[in-house]
Design a protein. Structure first.
Length: 377
């Protein structure tokens, strides 16, 4: 009897030890997954923050050294999409649906989806052209600070398209970003540091604000597509969306390049480029590749977190550009620009905090729902 109790006791101890060991292994796997996720998020965020700034700087450098084609600057923002194709080929999704799935077939050949991608591609080319014109006539610091207002436009369009609620933090963010952009617009010293006329400067302001609003609309539409059309998008599906849009945009920009007649002057422009032909090619290639690396980072953040978080990281990188512009182009950093940068960062933090609260609330409600289903079962 004592022997059997001893065996049962040892059995209970072994079972308890096994359960503890299993919990430890599961905890280790969960921690490893979390570390892997945050490492991926960090890499993608680094790509967005650095490559976005690099693309802007290289485009401005093209203008500074004698480049004049706004259509060429627009093209390099879109034509680098073959980099995404290479990334797509060497990326294993692991969640890609089978092609025999009726839902997958319907999604792949959906006329509506094709039309949406086509229209977004056209809108993207228009935004890129407007930003190219703005970058031609404005200092990099002024351009970047005004372009940062796209986060406010995103919130505005998301109010109608994604039922975005205007909480106190969102309102505070919109107010700060508006004041930040207004300070730069009203600063006459930005015009005096550039050899442009008053009309060209105003045109640059209008195009930059229009591009900012257009990008805000595009980002809001991306949220709609991910939430209502793709619903549970895989990494490959999001990459494909960006590739199709970039392909459409590249075709539209090429038509504009040839229709405008600017293509006729590209060879002479290369000959007269101050640093030389090799530098001309390297500048444009660097701008194109860095933009696509930025797109990879943005897609990665969408997949690992959300489109809202990707938008925030993209916007946070914009105030970094004026600091780089001071070093590279010797632009003046006056008090109004410094104050504008501070307000922009404050606005981003306010928007980010509201997004954090929304994400936390969503996870909490999902957890409660799961617990309710388990208790009913």
């Amino acid at each position: 009897m004592e022997r059997s109790q001893e065996l049962y006791g040892n059995g209970d101890q072994n079972l308890e030890a096994h359960l503890i060991d299993q919990e430890v292994r599961e905890s280790s796997v969960t921690q490893a997954k979390n570390y892997k996720k945050w490492l991926s998020v960090s890499i993608y965020a680094f790509l967005v923050l650095t490559c976005q700034a690099l693309s802007t700087i290289m485009s401005r450098l093209y203008y500074e050294n004698g480049g004049k084609s706004t259509w060429m600057v627009t093209l390099v923002q879109r034509v680098g999409f073959p980099v995404l194709l290479l990334f797509r080929l060497f990326t294993r999704d692991g969640q890609q649906p089978e092609k025999t799935d009726p839902c997958f077939r319907h999604l792949s050949y959906s006329t509506t989806l094709r039309l949406v991608y086509f229209l977004k591609g056209i809108l993207g080319s228009a935004v890129c052209y407007m930003s190219s014109v703005g970058l031609l006539y404005l200092p990099v610091s002024t351009f970047s600070l005004i372009f940062a207002s796209q986060l406010g436009f995103t919130a505005f369009f998301s109010y109608f398209l994604n039922s975005q609620k205007f909480t106190p933090f969102i309102i505070n963010s919109l107010f700060l970003l508006t004041v930040s952009s207004a300070l730069v617009v009203l600063n006459d010293e930005s015009q005096n540091t550039r050899n442009v006329s008053r009309e060209e400067y105003v045109l640059g302001l209008i195009c930059t604000i229009t591009a900012s609003a257009g990008l805000g609309l595009i980002l809001s539409l991306v949220q709609v597509i991910l939430r209502k059309v793709l619903k549970k998008p895989t990494f490959s599906a999001v990459i494909d969306m960006v590739i199709v849009q970039s392909l459409v945009s590249s075709c539209v920009v090429l038509i504009g390049l040839f229709a405008s007649g600017e293509w006729k002057y590209l060879s002479s422009e290369m000959e007269s480029y101050r640093p030389g032909k090799v530098s001309y090619v390297m500048t444009l290639a660097s701008a194109a590749i860095s933009m696509q690396l930025c797109n990879i980072g943005a897609v990665g953040l969408i997949f690992e977190s959300s489109s809202v978080f990707s938008n925030i990281i993209s916007s946070v990188g914009l105030p970094m550009v004026p600091v780089v512009a001071v070093i590279v182009f010797n632009e003046k950093m006056n008090a109004s620009k410094i104050f504008s940068i501070i307000l922009a960062i404050w606005g981003f933090l306010s928007y980010f905090y509201q997004s954090y609260l929304d994400e936390k609330k969503l996870k909490s409600s999902h957890k409660n729902l799961v617990q309710q289903e388990d208790s009913q079962a």
